[in-house]
Design a protein around this ligand. Structure first.
Ligand code: TYD
Ligand code: MG
Length: 456
């Protein structure tokens, strides 16, 4: 058995020949750890003699696999995975501690086993009893899933090889797994990477699907090597604000479906409930019209979603006024305030700006620009925006309001939730006319401000 010493960055997985205080690849401080790598041929490697590889046609088995996808019946989860879990695929679910990953996966395992799928749940963090207590709380104790507590990746992979009828294995979490052949301790980059590789080999041989739970670092990236994300077929993030009860499952990477899909859940005392109409949830607290709030008609993945944006522009006593943003990009706000000042003559310097996306939702779409601008303008002028209106449109540096994708779907969702008016970019060819809403088009931000002035 050969032995090696490596210096591995625990943040990014980069290998360096000697110890340094700062990782040259990712600039993290004090993240380099010496690790002993013992190389022992794994089962898969032993089996790998120099045979000629066989080719198969692209046309082979093409639809069978898609038909076989494992549907859980939790439609929010099934949609994020692109229509169920593909047999033999590997999924990685990351998220903050306590956000509900174990709860979600236990519920998923139970639903799948009710659908006659052979499912096991292996916990490296909790004892089988603890998982059972959780199961009682979730009301799923009568389902027939296999529970085990193990942190030994070699044993688990051997179990996978000897149990070909297994269809899904949940590993909670990959950071607790270790390969006895390696000297480094569990949770280090080499252990995480080698354990994942060992488990993936075994699962692919057997066409068993694997779900790994992954811990996240302070900045929200999945802890351990980036390479873990490359090794798996799909990466999902389970996120949410601890002070709010709802959680969002977001697709980051998916080899078998679209990314950017989200699934919305609510954490209750009996586990996670799916929310099939999230717009209602994000807007429930909206009652009186207040200056500084605007409703943005967003598209998350394939689904429209209405979210409320709140802005407060206040006099600042600081030399450098505050720009506090929750749920949106800080740099995008700076760009927007610069456009409002330079192109539209709005006085924002010397003022604190606070921006919040209600309900702890995070928005990434540039289409939110117009809604944010509307909230800012409303706060500055201290006049509420027109009743029952939604906003969407991307704002260019020239203050021009640009087209965004899927306007019809956004308008349809707004109509469904009882909104009456929409502010949007001027369409290239008018085809939104039958949306049932009063549409107000603006070509640039100054026009938009004039329109708002004219209304109130
Ligand atoms: P958990 O699934 O253990 O989180 P993770 O695996 O991501 O660390 O969830 C733990 C939190 O969820 C904990 O704070 C309690 C809460 N919870 C409920 O509110 N209701 C429930 O039915 C369960 C099982 C947990
Ligand atoms: Mg957990």
């Amino acid at each position: 058995m050969a032995k090696n010493t490596q210096y591995l960055c625990q943040q990014c997985g980069a290998v360096s020949p000697k110890w340094t205080g700062k990782c040259e690849a990712c600039s993290a401080w004090n993240s380099i750890v010496e690790e002993q790598i013992s190389i022992r041929p794994s089962h898969a490697k032993l089996a790998r003699t120099a045979n000629r590889i066989e080719f198969s046609s692209l046309a082979d088995k093409k639809t069978e696999q898609i038909k076989e996808r494992m549907l859980s019946g939790i439609s929010e989860f099934d949609r994020v995975t692109g229509g169920g879990i593909v047999p033999g695929s590997v999924l990685l679910i990351g998220g903050d501690p306590g956000i509900g990953k174990s709860t979600l996966l236990l519920q998923l395992a139970c639903r799948l086993s009710q659908n006659e799928r052979q499912t096991v749940y292996i916990s490296g963090e909790e004892s089988a009893d603890q998982v059972r207590i959780r199961g009682q709380r979730l009301g799923v104790v009568n389902t027939d899933i296999g529970l085990a507590t193990s942190t030994n990746a070699s044993e688990i992979s051997e179990t996978i090889r000897r149990t070909p009828q297994l269809e899904l294995i949940i590993i909670d979490s990959i950071q607790t797994m270790y390969l006895p052949a390696l000297d480094s301790s569990p949770g280090t980059v080499s252990q995480v990477r080698a354990s994942a590789q060992e488990l993936i080999y075994a699962a692919k041989e057997n066409n068993t699907a694997l779900i790994f739970v992954g811990h996240v670092t302070k900045d929200g990236a999945i802890a351990g090597p980036r390479v873990l994300e490359h090794m798996v077929d799909s990466v999902l993030h389970f996120e949410g604000d601890r002070s709010h009860h709802f959680r969002i499952l977001r697709g980051i990477k998916n080899r078998f479906g679209a990314t950017d899909e989200i699934g919305v859940f609510e954490m209750t005392s009996n586990g996670l409930n799916q929310i099939s109409n999230p717009s209602e949830l994000f807007l429930t607290e909206r009652k009186n019209e207040v200056a500084g709030t605007a409703v943005f008609a967003a598209i998350e993945g394939s689904r429209p979603l209405l979210v409320e944006i709140e802005a407060l522009v206040a006099h600042s006593s600081l030399a450098t006024p505050r720009r506090n943003v929750v749920g949106w990009e800080n740099s995008r706000l700076s760009m927007l305030t610069a456009v409002l000042e330079t192109r539209c003559g709005m006085q924002l310097s010397g003022r604190d700006i606070f921006l919040n996306v209600a309900g702890g939702m995070k928005i990434q779409e540039p289409a939110a620009d117009l809604a944010v601008a509307a909230a800012l303008i409303s706060s500055v002028t201290n006049r509420p925006l027109p009743n029952s209106s939604v906003f969407f449109g991307e704002i260019a540096l020239s203050a021009q309001i640009r087209q965004v994708s899927q306007p019809e779907q956004r308008l349809k969702e707004a109509k469904k939730l009882g909104f009456q008016k929409a502010f949007l970019p001027k369409p290239i060819k008018s085809n939104d006319s039958n949306s049932g809403l009063v549409l107000s088009y603006s070509e640039n931000l100054s026009d938009f401000i004039d329109i708002l002035d004219g209304i109130s």
